[in-house]
Design a protein around this ligand. Structure first.
Ligand SMILES: Cc1cc2nc3c(=O)[nH]c(=O)nc-3n(C[C@H](O)[C@H](O)[C@H](O)COP(=O)(O)OP(=O)(O)OC[C@H]3O[C@@H](n4cnc5c(N)ncnc54)[C@H](O)[C@@H]3O)c2cc1C
Length: 419
């Protein structure tokens, strides 16, 4: 370096997904504000950044939620809370608004871009990164990370004074997150809690194919040995292997956890969660009285999708052609039970390929919650799904990716100024 020339620092962000791009944008902003000479570079294994972001929220990107708090998170939920307090939803939405991206919420508090297009979130992130001078190096998978003096060497080639690992977890590897980030941590002796798929459908033992393709509102109550594990309501999707849709995905983490220790897991489906069992019984009695010639297959048609009703009647070993007037009280009780409490035995959950998120990850006690820096590797930061934090469906995982990314990016640059 020539005399008088200021050293330029290098901050490397490994992974150009939601958390990595956010970390890079915030690192560059921090450097700009401090007038510090810092180059921020994103290294992305795919040919382009943000591939997974484009498929979030069914292509609409549910980027956060109006209801936010520790209770929507699992794993190191307390870590989420500490990090979120430093960079919350309002700060995140202000960032996007400043980038020209506006949002709106739906009835459940889920926040989407006004454009209803996930691509506009990615475009906004990339524009801010470009404006702040962040460099993208794509088709560049980082497979080795070594301590090198006070900094790090990536792939034995790229030097960085600070490195942020934002490689995601193991969920949906088709989008680039193949779990390689955990291997990068190995040389630093960082503890990773057991990993398992979350927000994924449920495989059901001996599942009847007759249900395949049905979508119906319902509530899933997950139990093991009579103990409540979790419950969630919404649109259940019946597939050829079992239960999918938001309620099934919400409870899947608890099923995976219990099954992993050899427990049995049952999913009880209430197909008419808005009608108490007694009321349903009364209504069925009224139908029987007023329409005795109605066939059993039509008995539930006023409450549920007809095909679901017919299958549930079948579960009660009743012929769909049987006249309702001939149904005894105990047959009606069986039908009410089938509607309110169909039991499915969960054999397993779908794997990482079908999962939206990874449960488990870098353990909470390895991380300085104020900065996202690893306690065992000064100058090395982590964020996003790689960390042992997973949220419910509804924008919680992206909020975590953005909050953690922001804190990691800002802290990495601040540490250059103070050390
Ligand atoms: C289908 C689907 C829908 C979803 N919808 C929502 C939603 O609407 N709302 C919500 O909150 N959450 C949603 N999620 C979850 C959310 O997308 C993730 O939790 C979030 O993207 C995690 O961000 P991340 O930056 O940690 O990881 P990722 O987004 O997975 O990004 C990691 C990036 O790092 C790259 N990479 C990995 N290893 C390396 C390496 N060794 N070298 C270089 N680059 C590497 C990957 O290619 C990838 O681009 C959804 C997930 C899926 C699969």
């Amino acid at each position: 370096m020539a005399d008088g020339a200021k050293k330029r620092y290098e901050v490397a962000v490994i992974g150009g997904g939601a958390s990595g791009l956010f970390a890079a944008a915030m690192a560059a902003d921090e450097a700009e504000k401090a007038g510090a000479p810092v180059n921020v570079t994103v290294y992305e294994g795919n040919a382009r950044v943000g591939k997974k972001l484009l498929v979030t929220g069914n292509g609409r990107c549910n980027l956060t939620n109006e209801k936010m708090g520790e209770e929507y998170y699992r794993g190191a939920a307390a870590l989420f809370e500490t990090v979120y307090r430093q960079f919350d939803r309002e700060a995140m939405l202000a960032f996007f608004e400043d980038a020209g991206l506006y949002t709106r919420s739906d009835f459940a508090g889920r926040v989407y871009p006004m454009s209803n297009q996930a691509s506009s979130v990615l475009d906004a992130l990339r524009n801010v990164c470009a404006e702040r001078g962040v460099k993208e190096i794509t088709s560049c998978k980082i497979t080795s990370l070594k301590q090198h003096g006070a900094g790090f060497l990536l792939n034995d080639t790229f030097y960085a004074d600070r490195a942020i690992i934002a490689t995601g977890g193991k969920a949906a590897p088709v989008h680039g997150s193949d779990g390689g980030g955990y291997a990068l941590l190995e040389p630093f002796g960082v503890m990773v809690t057991p990993l398992f798929p979350a927000l994924t459908p449920l495989n059901v033992k001996d599942f009847t194919k007759a249900l395949k393709g049905i979508r119906a509102t319902g509530k899933i109550t997950l139990k093991s040995a009579g103990k409540l594990l979790a419950e969630a309501a919404g649109e259940i999707q019946y597939t050829d292997y079992g239960l999918s849709g938001i309620p099934a995905m919400q409870v899947s983490r608890f099923a995976a956890q219990r099954l992993s220790v050899g427990g049995e897991v049952s999913a009880f489906v209430d197909s008419a969660p808005d009608i108490p069992a007694e009321e349903l019984t009364q209504r069925l009695l009224t139908i029987r009285k007023n329409h005795p010639a109605m066939t059993a297959e039509n008995l539930l048609a006023g409450f549920l999708p007809k095909r679901l009703g017919t299958v549930l009647i079948g579960f009660c070993s009743l012929s769909p052609a049987k006249e309702v007037g001939a149904l005894h009280e105990n047959a009606l009780a069986k039908i009410v039970n089938a509607v309110k409490r169909t039991k499915y035995t969960v054999s397993s959950v779908r794997g990482f390929a079908d999962a939206q998120v990874t449960a488990g990850g870098v353990a909470e006690n390895e991380i300085d919650a104020a900065t996202m820096e690893l306690k065992k590797a000064k100058g090395l930061y982590v964020c996003g799904e790689l960390v042992d934090v997973d949220g419910d469906c509804g924008g919680y995982n992206l909020q975590w990716a953005f909050s953690g990314g922001a804190v990691a990016g800002q802290s990495a640059v601040r540490s250059l100024a103070i050390r």
